[in-house]
Write a protein that binds this ligand. Structure first.
Ligand SMILES: [Zn+2]
Length: 599
């Protein structure tokens, strides 16, 4: 007997959290952030209160109310430091309800029951809507995914801002401690929540405090990520789980087949984009058992459009030919396939592709791990990293901390230890005290700073370059434009998905304002409200309706559970079309959040 409960991804795009339970095993398929739902409440200046642990999230339904899965500290954060130590006798009873969390943490549950509630999490790929909320799970729960997903999770952690909701790869300990007597505050001695201080470096000024304000990344612990190879099958209790290679817009994506009395296929996010190992055929061929239950994504269930990555390449190559001056290209930095597409189109037009430091860092990390599959980005023809003007605004070497320096973006937060300044690393190298990682960091930083492309070079020969840019880098246009402040003859090409929420639409309108102000060309249509909509050279990371239907038709499952879509009902139509074509009938379960379906 096996059952499925969808805690995220029901009737919404992303945020997949799907619990599969058998007689003696429980696994979670993805544990992503419900971005859409989350953004229904939060906003730029209304952010979650990270120091209230998981309480706010659970109350709101961003996180499921489940015993036995969450990190102990986030459930019991005030137990070591009871509020009655701060509040007086009269206040405490009235204020205390919010300190109490009725959930049992992983540790409490496991101790009481003698075994954990959840045996493992299986992650299909490293997009936030599939991975982010792992931050709140106990690090004792193993996370299974492909090796590339693990690596990408690390890269994303390295370049992200940090904070308790970004601890899906590394995590640190928190504690509540008193502010030291000499702490410069109106109320020394009052408690504060912070990340635990670990290091035993000699005390410096202010270090006599119980607390430290930033956690040192180099002592953060890694979660228990267990890499699986494509085709590998493992057994957890009475469920066997097999990893199936899929194509999506990030490296390392996979689907899972769970085999028990009934076999379940969970697609993750999936597309079929034509290249040799990225066809529906290739996907189906990996599945060696009859599928009884298909948990299928339906992001693009309303779209008939079938485009391949090669179509995008051809379109870009053509488009680039007609652009006289600088070409701006906007594409997601985690999409290595898209990077290769844009690079090919750039090369065919004899241009150099100048990329974002985050992409350069990702390429470099993938190169270190898979040297034969991913070349050293420093050696790639027609690729360079953009060098921004900052701090002194003079391109002075000391303007660049490691976190700004191309191939090692954010390096300072982890591998090269706590020192962020590349010049001080150089000192260590001169003194012979640098670590290997620091030497690598230095050589990369120098490469970036010496060979990075500054705006003035692009301004002088715009026809030589394709520049990767996005809305948040629009103030680079000041440096990229000439004396008269325009970039006439340049063109902006969008290579990513359409805005799917209001916030993105607002940003796109602002982006258009920038393009207009600097006289940069772009292709657009006008919608019924009179708004300009940018045209895109893009293939989505998701299969179209005809492809989804074809997949169902090939698998002929007994049950379909549509997830990751706002139109799950369309699968009922697909099922009835298939029934009239083949005579095979399929039950469609439109999942409701938190409802358990016994299969
Ligand atoms: Zn997704």
């Amino acid at each position: 007997m096996i059952s499925v409960t969808v805690y995220g991804g029901a009737n919404e795009i992303g945020g997949n959290k799907i619990l599969v339970e058998s007689e003696d095993t429980r696994v979670m398929l993805d544990f992503g952030r419900r971005m859409g739902y989350f953004n229904e409440f939060f906003d730029e200046f209304l952010q979650p209160r990270s120091k209230s642990g998981i309480r706010d999230y659970v109350k709101l339904g961003v996180l499921p109310e489940l015993d036995g899965i969450y990190r102990d500290f986030f459930v019991n954060m005030f137990s070591e430091f009871p509020p009655e130590r701060v509040l007086d006798e009269d206040e405490f009873p009235r204020a205390k309800d919010y300190w109490k969390c009725d959930l049992k943490s992983y540790d409490e549950y496991t101790e009481k029951e003698g075994k954990p509630y959840l045996d493992a999490v299986f992650v299909s790929h490293a997009h936030f809507d599939h991975i982010q909320d792992i931050s709140y799970l106990s690090p004792k729960i193993p996370v299974y995914c492909t090796e590339e997903t693990k690596l990408l999770a690390k890269v994303v952690t390295d370049v992200s801002k940090g904070g308790s909701d970004h601890e899906f790869f590394e995590y640190g300990d928190y504690e509540i401690a008193l502010k030291g007597e000499n702490y410069r505050t109106l109320f020394p001695g009052s408690p504060e929540v912070n990340k635990k201080k670990y290091d035993d470096t000699p005390l410096k000024k202010h270090d006599h405090l119980d607390i430290r304000f930033t956690q040192r990344k180099d002592i953060a612990e890694e979660r228990d990520y267990m890499p699986m190879r494509y085709g590998e099958e493992l057994r957890l209790g009475d469920i066997r789980i097999k990893t199936i290679k899929t194509d999506h817009s990030v490296p390392g994506s996979c689907a899972f087949v769970l085999k028990e009395e009934k076999n379940i296929l969970y697609t993750g996010d999936i597309r079929f984009h034509g290249d040799e190992d990225k066809t529906l055929e290739h996907f189906i061929n990996q599945i060696d058992s009859k599928i009884d239950v298909l948990i299928i994504e339906g992001t693009r269930i309303d779209s008939e459009r079938r485009v391949t990555e090669k179509d995008v390449k051809d379109e870009l190559t053509m488009k680039f030919q007609d652009i006289e001056k600088l070409i701006f290209v906007d594409f997601p930095w985690k999409d290595l396939q898209r990077f290769n597409t844009v690079l090919k189109a750039s090369k065919e037009n004899g241009r150099i592709l100048v990329v974002d430091p985050r992409l350069a860092y990702m390429l470099f990390r993938f190169h270190l791990k898979y040297p034969s599959k991913y070349p050293d980005p420093r050696q790639l023809d027609n690729v360079a990293v953009y060098k921004r003007r900052q701090n002194s605004m003079l391109y002075s070497m000391s303007d660049y901390k490691k976190i700004d320096a191309g191939y090692l973006h954010d390096w300072g937060r982890n591998s090269a230890k706590s020192d962020e300044n590349i010049l001080r690393i150089k000192d260590k190298i001169d003194q012979g005290t640098a670590t290997q990682e620091e030497e690598l960091a230095w050589s990369l930083a120098v490469d970036h700073i010496e060979n990075g492309v500054p705006a003035f070079e692009i301004k002088d020969s715009p026809e030589k370059y394709v520049l990767m840019i996005n809305f948040w880098r629009m103030n680079e246009l000041f440096d990229l434009s000439g004396g008269n402040g325009d970039l006439k003859g340049s063109h902006y090409v969008k290579c990513m998905c359409e805005p799917f929420n209001e916030e993105m639409q607002v940003d796109e309108n602002k982006l258009i304002n920038w393009l207009d102000r600097f006289k940069i060309g772009y292709d657009f249509t006008v919608n019924e409200d009179g708004n300009k909509i940018l045209e895109r050279s893009h293939v989505s990371g998701h299969a179209s309706r005809p492809e989804l239907k074809e997949m169902v038709k090939r698998l002929l499952p007994g049950v379909i559970i549509p997830i990751h879509t706002t139109n799950p009902r369309e699968f009922v139509n697909i099922a009835s079309e298939i029934e009239s074509e083949t005579g095979h009938s399929t039950e469609v379960i439109i999942p409701e959040e938190g409802v358990r379906y016994d299969l």
